[in-house]
Write a protein that binds this ligand. Structure first.
Ligand code: SF4
Length: 126
């Protein structure tokens, strides 16, 4: 769910599916409907306009589910933390949130973060 960010995090998120990072090899894919999702990746500081759609998206997900905050904006509000247009109550009222830091996170950081949340180990290459 893109909730008011600059699109930088989303660009890196798109990159995890390309041939360099190939997130699908770990059995992880992004789906169009929250009803088919096990988790929610959140980017952006959460603007007023996106607060309700974000909650609706989260509520539509089957349990168990998780939230992964991607990037500085999702984690803390980032550059927009003090903006009056930001509304971050979602993060206070829902499941524990895992974090993938930096602005924007490198695709590999996101891959590792997702695998960590899901408890998937990585075998070292030989
Ligand atoms: S963390 Fe950085 S790249 Fe991501 S939405 Fe915020 S400003 Fe953009």
């Amino acid at each position: 769910m893109s909730a008011g960010g600059c699109n930088g995090c989303e660009a890196e998120l798109n990159a995890v599916g390309n041939v360099n990072f190939d997130l699908g090899r770990y059995g992880i894919e992004f789906v169009a409907s929250p009803r088919h999702a096990d988790g929610l990746v959140l980017s952006g500081p959460i603007t007023h306009n996106m607060a309700e759609p974000l909650q609706l998206c989260f509520d539509a997900q089957p349990r168990p589910r998780f939230v992964l905050a991607l990037g500085a904006c999702a984690i803390s509000g980032g550059l927009f933390a003090q903006a009056p247009q930001v509304e971050r109550l979602f993060l206070e009222h829902n499941v524990p949130v895992s974090y993938v830091p930096v602005c924007p996170p490198h695709p590999l950081t996101l891959v590792v973060g997702l695998m960590d949340v899901l408890g998937i180990g990585v075998e070292p290459r030989t």
